[in-house]
Design a protein around this ligand. Structure first.
Ligand code: SF4
Ligand code: F3S
Ligand code: FES
Length: 248
């Protein structure tokens, strides 16, 4: 049964903006992105929103609904009371381009800083062999749709623009962990994780894990194991002695 939904949407650009109220027709089974599309079609043709699949798979429609990072296409209207005002704002951690669209290029910069998968030089493609358990471990991380909601919610950069150069964020620290756990990757990821990608900034608040639409256990399965591997390396007495003796 249809009803009139109340939307409050942030309108503006990188200079200034404001929250504007709209009333939009809503129907059973719809999601917040449906309301935004109807708003574009009927009242606000210039409203900017990024989306592609409307199926929770492209990671484009990330925004904040009532202050909580969400995919707009996965936010069912049935989770809100019909009289409730649904406030939609752009992701806060990234600069606004216009309305609900943010500039997420920070994430692509961080992605490029991580060296690619590095197999042993003597192995040709097609000769790679690994245990099923190792395949499965990486598969969880490969579910990532790069929505950047975890990057958006992490307090290390959400309120601290100055930390961005030194911190890769949970999505990319997870990528480093994935490669570090790969039995055929011969690159040493541990020192770089700490010194170049800012693993030490993460204090395990787990907000990233809470908002991940793919339910990836980012903190427990990637970040904490990576911290343990870094600690093993840095605080191993044999490694410590070796560093003292040979790295002077
Ligand atoms: Fe999105 Fe989850 Fe990937 Fe982060 S890890 S970018 S929240 S899918
Ligand atoms: Fe940030 Fe996730 Fe660590 S939210 S502090 S990267 S556990
Ligand atoms: Fe693709 Fe929402 S439109 S994830």
């Amino acid at each position: 049964m249809g009803y009139e939904a109340k939307l409050r949407i942030w309108r503006g650009d990188d200079g200034s903006g404001e929250l504007r109220d709209y009333t939009v027709e809503a129907n059973e089974g719809e999601v917040v992105l449906d309301l935004i599309h109807r708003l574009q079609a009927t009242q606000a043709p210039d409203l900017a929103v990024r989306w592609n699949c409307k199926a929770g798979k492209c990671g484009s429609c990330s925004a904040e609904i009532n202050g909580r990072p969400r995919l707009l296409c996965m936010a069912r209207l049935s989770a809100f009371r019909p009289e409730e005002v649904i406030t939609v704002t752009p992701m806060r951690t990234f600069p606004v381009i216009r309305d609900l669209v943010t500039d997420v290029s920070y994430n692509y910069v961080k992605a490029r800083e991580i060296p690619a998968f590095t197999p042993p030089p003597e192995l040709e493609p097609g000769e790679y062999r690994m245990q099923q358990v190792d395949v499965q471990r990486a598969q969880e991380f490969r579910k990532c749709i790069e929505c950047f909601l975890c990057q958006n919610v992490c307090h290390v950069i959400r309120d601290h623009e100055e930390n961005k150069p030194a911190f890769a964020g949970p999505r990319f620290l997870m990528r480093i962990a994935e490669l570090e756990m790969h039995p055929l990757d011969v690159a040493d990821r541990r020192d770089a994780a700490q010194t170049q990608h800012g693993l030490g900034y993460c204090n395990i608040t787990k907000c990233c894990t809470e908002v991940c639409p793919e339910n990836i256990h980012i903190t427990d399965n990637a970040l904490i194991p990576m911290k343990e591997r870094v600690a093993d390396r840095r605080y191993d007495p044999v490694v410590w002695l070796g560093n003292k003796l040979f790295r002077r």
